[in-house]
Design a protein around this ligand. Structure first.
Ligand SMILES: C[C@@H](O)[C@H](N)C(=O)N[C@H]1[C@@H](O)[C@H](n2cnc3c(N)ncnc32)O[C@@H]1CO
Length: 147
């Protein structure tokens, strides 16, 4: 999994068109979303993650919690983003991983939103620009090589 973490004044998105034949079903309310004072986490779930999705979820939680504590963010925006890797996991696996990450972050006490999966989306982001405001992480299941 590849993650780009941006500590932001806000992130807002608006769903435009389907980017997959069968995108995640969403309600009218989910077509737009915004969080203020948020750690935005753009995530590409990768093919290698399919060998152990549950482990990838837990490793992602560790990394996100670490950055959130450093930048003192208690809101997280989980943002599916297919542009951080050229070896993407299948959509059904990727969606399940991102749904599980959202659920686990809520269990950890964060306020969480997740942008809809399988769509083209317009978004606006205001990066705070401090030294830890832009970070990236790569995680793989144990025993796998980082490509
Ligand atoms: C397109 C761009 O504007 C938008 N931001 C977008 O990326 N949309 C992606 C993700 O929501 C999702 N998606 C599919 N596979 C994956 C994957 N392996 N990991 C993460 N997301 C995925 O499906 C869409 C098309 O790839």
């Amino acid at each position: 999994m590849r993650m780009l973490l941006i500590h932001s004044d806000y992130l807002e998105y608006e769903v435009k068109d389907k980017a997959l034949k069968n995108p995640e079903p969403i309600s009218e309310e989910q077509k737009k979303g915004r969080l203020d004072e948020v750690l935005a986490v753009f995530m590409s779930v990768e093919k290698v993650d399919e060998t152990n999705p549950d482990e990838i979820v837990e490793k992602a939680i560790v990394e996100i919690k670490d950055v959130a504590s450093q930048v003192k963010a208690d809101r997280i925006f989980v943002y599916p983003f297919a542009h951080l890797s050229s070896e993407l996991a299948k959509p059904d696996v990727a969606l399940r991983v991102l749904q599980k990450i959202e659920e686990r972050l809520k269990e950890e006490g964060f306020e969480v939103k997740r942008a809809p999966f399988g769509y083209y989306k317009a978004f606006r982001l205001s990066c705070k620009g401090h030294p830890l405001a832009e970070l990236s992480r790569t995680i793989v299941p144990s025993g796998e090589a980082v490509s």
